[in-house]
Each structure stands twice: as C-alpha cells, then as structure tokens.
Design a binder for this molecule. Structure first.
Ligand code: B1M
Length: 226
C-alpha cells in the first residue's frame, strides 16, 4: 500500500501523467500518476491518503528539487499536470452532492499568483463539506474579492497564496473588506502563510489544510450565525 503511494508520488514528481506519455523514456508504456491513482482507489486506499501521501508528497518532492536548483519551471508545470490528472479520479470522493449548503465561500488565489492546486483542493473539500464555492480562479485582483462579497451577501472569503511576495496582497483585501463589510469572515492558507501572519493582517484564521478549515467551519458558531 505504502509502496503504491510512493510510486504515485514519484510519477507526480517526474510528471509522468499516464501510460501514453513517452517521458521519461525508461518508463515508456508504464503506468503514470493517473493509472496508479485508479489502482490505489480500486484496492481501497483512502482517497485522503492518496492525496496527502501520494500526490502532495510528489509535489513537495519536485518543489524541494526546484529549491536546490535540481529542477526547473517546466518540471514543476508537468508535475502539476500529473497531479491534476490524478485529482480528477479522487474528486468524486470529496464531492458528495446531497449535503445541504452551509453557506457560500468566495475563493481565489491572490493577485500575481498562478498556483492553483491548493486552491482547487480547498474548493473540492469545501464543496464536499456542504459549502457553495464561488471560485474566482488565480491571479485574482483585490477588487474582484471585494466585488464578489458585495454580490454575495453573507459569504465568507478564502484566499490562497504560494509566494512570499503575493501573500502581501491578502492584507490589502482584508483591509478593504474590513472597511466596507466588516462582518465578512476571511480565512487564509498556502505554504508561506501562518497563523501569526493571519493575526498580523487581521484575517479570521489561517488553516494549513482544507480539512481543518471545513471541520472548523462546520463545527463552529459561524454556521449558526449565518
Ligand atoms: Co511555484 N513556487 N513558482 N510553480 N511551485 C513554489 C510555491 C516554491 C515554494 C518552489 C520552491 O522554490 N521550492 C516557490 C515559492 C518561493 C517563495 O515565495 N517562498 C515557487 C516559485 C519561486 C515560483 C515562481 C516564482 C518560479 C519562477 O517563475 N521563477 C513562479 C511564480 C508564478 C506565479 O505564480 N506568478 C512559479 C510557478 C510555478 C508553476 C506555474 C510552474 C507551478 C504551478 C502550477 C499550478 O499550480 N497549476 C508551480 C508549482 C507546481 C510549485 C510547487 C512545486 C508545488 C505547489 C503545489 O501545488 N503544491 C511549489 C513547491 C512546494 O509547494 N513544495 C512551488 C501542492 C499543493 C497541494 O499545496 O498549494 O501549499 P499548497 O496547498 C495546500 C496548503 O497550503 C493548503 O491546502 C493545500 C492542501 O493541503 N492551502 C489552503 C492552500 N491554500 C489554502 C487556503 C485555505 C486553507 C488551506 O483557506 C482559504
């Protein structure tokens, strides 16, 4: 079981999307992230385990190599494609349809930031947890968050950032929302963000993963006050 998850992580790291991919040449014709994920589901591995210990582990591995100068942007891009392909298989397990809606979340990756995998996971888990998610996408202008809140009264806001430079945009959105709609709850996440940063900019909380966010929201008084 662990071996299969390690294999999935490796295929993501290598950017081997599926069997048809000719790269890397030594793995030509062999299963890629897509087929291995299906296999893992077939033998009953928990989708959350596949996500955390297979797919995300692979993304972390390529990220570390990039930090050390051992991998480059095309490597990160192709790894992201492999992860996207595999995520399509596990998505249904996180998006059971008939859970009543707890509320609406406006979600996006902040201005200047194109990373969307974490944000897409938040969307998937929140939807599965009974929230209606309005996905503004990536590189979201600060005013787009504000406009969306004006259009969807009572919605909460979720912002994701993966760069130490772009996370600073979160503060601008928080400030503007506090000015015009102080009742709006704002949650943040992403690798460079922390609870102390959340406190510093006046957001309502930092969550290191979408599961703890949805657990908090669905348990918390917030739901009752909406
Ligand atoms: Co980029 N990149 N990247 N990248 N990239 C990182 C983030 C980096 C850490 C790599 C490194 O140096 N080791 C580094 C940032 C350094 C820094 O600022 N400290 C970096 C860099 C430098 C860059 C560029 C600047 C490179 C360049 O051009 N020179 C460039 C910037 C482009 C831009 O955005 N303007 C760039 C580009 C890219 C690609 C486009 C090639 C690609 C993104 C493809 C895509 O997203 N479609 C890419 C990738 C893939 C990565 C890494 C390898 C993987 C990111 C990822 O998807 N992780 C990344 C290294 C790493 O993270 N180890 C790296 C998996 C994902 C599931 O995790 O998004 O953290 P994450 O989400 C988690 C949690 O954080 C949390 O839940 C998720 C699941 O647990 N979470 C939330 C996220 N948002 C949340 C919101 C919440 C709650 C939880 O509430 C609202």
């Amino acid at each position: 079981m662990t071996e299969l998850l390690q294999k999935i992580a490796k295929m993501v790291e290598l950017g081997k999307i599926d069997r048809n991919m000719p790269f890397p040449p030594e793995l030509k014709g062999k299963d890629g992230a897509s087929e291995l994920t299906l296999k893992a589901l077939e033998i009953g591995i928990d989708p959350q385990d596949i996500l955390n210990n297979g797919l995300t582990a692979g993304m972390n591995a390529i990220g570390e190599k990039f930090s050390k100068g051992e991998a480059f942007i095309p490597n990160m891009l192709i790894a992201a494609k492999a992860m996207h392909a595999a995520m399509e298989h596990i998505r249904p397990y996180f998006s059971e349809g008939d859970i009543p809606s707890h509320g609406t979340m406006i979600l996006g990756t902040v201005r200047g930031d194109l990373h969307d995998i974490g944000k897409n996971l938040v969307k998937m888990i929140m939807t599965g947890g009974g929230w209606n998610v309005i996905d503004l996408g990536t590189d979201v202008e600060n005013k787009e968050f504000v406009n969306a809140v004006n259009d969807h009264k009572g919605a909460i806001v979720g912002m994701s950032a993966l760069l130490t430079t772009t996370m600073l945009n979160m503060e601008l959105v928080v400030k503007e929302l506090h000015r015009i709609r102080p009742e709006t709850m704002i949650f943040i996440g992403g690798a460079p963000v922390s609870q102390s940063f959340s406190d510093e900019i006046g957001a309502d909380g930092y969550f290191r993963d979408p599961y703890s966010l949805v657990r908090y929201l669905n348990k918390d008084k917030l739901r009752d006050s909406q």
